[in-house]
Ligand binder design. Sequence first.
Ligand code: Q46
Ligand code: ZN
Ligand code: ZN
Length: 308
Amino acid sequence: MAHVMKCSQCGATAVINMPQHRLKLCAEHLVPWVAKMVQKAIERYELFTPDERILVAVSGGKDSLALWDILEQLGYQTEGLHIHLGIDDEGYSDASLAKTAAFAQERGLLLHVVNVREIYGQSIVEVARGRRGGRTCAVCGLVKRHIMNEMAHEDGYDAIATGHNLDDEAAVLLMNTLHWERRFLSKQGPLLPSIHPRLARKVKPLVLLYERETAAYAIVRGIDYVMQECPYAVGASSIRAKGILNQLERHSPGTKVQFYLGFLRAREDGWLPSDRGLDGSVAACPRCGQPTTADGLCAFCRLWEGVR
Ligand code: Q46
Ligand code: ZN
Ligand code: ZN
């Protein structure tokens, strides 16, 4: 006879087993538990307060849509930002926008959409192709950061929230540790404070949740998200790192959370210098006004030189 998993709180059929918390939950009890974990992260890492305005970066994937849903449930002031990157392979960007817009419309939430090709003349794929050694993901990251900072500055948001979960963070931590990337290790975490008026505070309220927990949450809440991965994510080293961490987790539940939270605690205790970047030697880019350490145009503005 098949073994039926029971909710630790009410005895009904559980939809998820979380051995690292010694907890099994049914659909009804999973929703408040997930919201509680997000609230805990917001308070523990002092991410933001209820009177601040939060811009939620929504890609259309399960994590960012779940994040927006949870922050709304918790009563925070949110608006969404979707960046249409112009990735046409398998209709990825159009599908992502469609799901995000439908999500916002159904719930009556305010969504801002920035279409990279319409504004700058080329998609991130095209602009990356025109660059020597321009890896699409590096270009994409640069463009997204710039647009988010610009929007937060112009519309006066207090913070930008992204849907990075514990699996994402642990995978990046593993890669950064393998290469002893001190600069990244000194600032990786759920909170990146604003160190310049043009650079918004960045926060990751899902850091206490495993990816399978946000996925279960999205399904239970009936969130219709883009299932397909970005075609450029395939083969990324972070995906291999996730696989390795999941193997370890299977043998000893809690490995991922201990690895990541242990790192944050070690840094708090002074095991690693905590560096917030920018050492005062920053100038404003003459074109866009965002801070840059380069002499002249910032990396974003150099990227679009000659495109239109
Ligand atoms: S969207 Fe952009 Fe990611 Fe796609 S091109 Fe790479 S960075 S994988 S989060
Ligand atoms: Zn229950
Ligand atoms: Zn610039």
